[in-house]
Design a protein. Structure first.
Length: 295
C-alpha cells in the first residue's frame, strides 16, 4: 500500500494529512486515512511582530516531531511539507526551517503565493466544472487569499494577496491591498459572463456545512450573507456554544465571510461551489502527479 503525506503549515493551523493512494481506470487518486490539525496561530506572531516567538517555535517543533512519528508509524513513502504566508513574512522563517530539519527530521519548504495557488489547483476541481461557465476560484487562508480565474476549465490568471483572516483580526490588512485586489479581480473578470465562484479553505467548508445544502449544490450569496449576519450578531463565546465552533474557528469565520462576500459583490457572483478540498489535498495530488501519473 502506497501512502503519501501532506504537511500544511498555515497562519491559523498546522495540518498533517496521511492518504492511501488508490488506482482505477482514471489513473491514481487517494483516500484520506488520517487528518491531524493543530491550531498554532503562527500568523499572530508573524503579522504583528514579523517573527515567530520562541514559544511558538517550540510548539511548532513538537508538532513536526509528532507528525514525523506518525508518518513513520503509518509507513508513509513520500511527503511534502509546505509553509505559507506567516512563514513567508517571519524574519526568522529560514532559521526555523533549519531547526525543524535538525530536531524533527522534516524538510519544510516556504512557498511563494504563486506556488501556493498552483498546489491548490492540483486538486483539479476544473474537471467537475460546467464548461458554459467561467469561475473565480477563491482560497482564503489566515495570511493570504489566492485568486484564480478559470475560462473553459483553464486557469487564465492567478494572484495571491496579503489579505487573510488572521491578518484582518490583527488589523494588519492594508487598505491599498484591498484596493489592489479589487482592481485585479474587476480587470480579470470584466469580460467573462456567467461567472460563478469556487471557494476553498477551512472557513468556507464550515460555512457550507452550516448552510445544510444538499451535497454538490452551490452556496448562494444570499445564504452566505444570512449566515454572516447570524454569526456576527453573537459574541465569540456565543458563537462557540450556539454553532459548536472550535474557538480557533469561531473568530476567523467572520473575516472569512467578509472576504468571500466582498469578492462576490465586486464580481456579481451569485453562487459559490464548495468542493471541500484544501492545501493538504492539493499537496497529495501534486505528489501523485510528480511521482505516479508520469509513469
Amino acid at each position: 500500500m502506497l501512502r503519501y503525506a501532506a504537511i500544511d503549515v498555515g497562519s491559523n493551523a498546522v495540518r498533517l494529512l496521511i492518504a492511501d493512494i488508490t488506482y482505477n481506470e482514471n489513473g491514481f487518486g487517494f483516500k484520506k486515512n488520517t487528518l491531524v490539525r493543530v491550531p498554532l496561530r503562527l500568523g499572530d506572531d508573524a503579522f504583528l511582530d514579523h517573527k515567530i516567538s520562541v514559544r511558538k517555535i517550540e510548539d511548532l517543533i513538537k508538532t513536526m516531531q509528532a507528525f514525523k512519528n506518525l508518518m513513520d508509524v503509518y509507513q508513509v513513502t513520500k511527503y511534502l511539507a509546505c509553509a505559507t504566508s506567516s512563514m513567508r513574512e517571519a524574519e526568522n522563517g529560514l532559521d526555523i526551517i533549519q531547526v525543524i530539519r535538525e530536531k524533527a527530521n522534516v524538510d519544510l519548504e516556504i512557498i511563494e503565493g504563486q506556488r501556493e495557488a498552483n498546489i491548490i489547483y492540483a486538486n483539479h476541481i476544473e474537471n467537475d466544472l460546467d464548461i458554459k461557465k467561467n469561475y473565480l476560484y477563491i482560497d482564503v487562508g489566515g495570511g493570504s487569499t489566492e485568486l484564480s480565474v478559470f475560462v473553459n476549465k483553464v486557469p487564465v490568471a492567478s494572484k495571491s494577496f496579503d489579505i487573510g483572516t488572521i491578518r484582518i483580526l490583527d488589523n494588519q490588512d492594508k487598505e491599498e491591498t484591498w484596493e489592489e485586489m479589487k482592481l485585479w479581480v474587476k480587470d480579470q473578470t470584466k469580460y467573462h459572463k456567467n461567472l460563478a465562484g469556487i471557494g476553498t479553505g477551512g472557513n468556507i467548508n464550515k460555512l457550507y456545512k452550516m448552510a445544510n445544502e444538499k451535497e454538490g449544490m452551490p452556496l448562494t450569496f444570499l445564504k452566505l450573507k444570512s449566515l454572516y449576519n447570524q454569526l456576527n450578531s453573537h459574541s465569540l463565546k456565543e458563537r462557540i456554544q450556539l454553532f459548536s465552533l472550535n474557538p480557533d474557528r469561531a473568530d476567523v469565520i467572520i473575516p472569512a465571510c467578509e472576504i468571500f462576500i466582498t469578492l462576490m459583490k465586486w464580481t456579481g457572483i451569485k453562487q459559490i461551489h464548495v468542493p471541500r478540498v484544501g492545501m493538504a489535498d492539493g499537496i497529495i495530488n501534486l505528489l501523485i502527479e510528480e511521482n505516479l501519473n508520469k509513469q
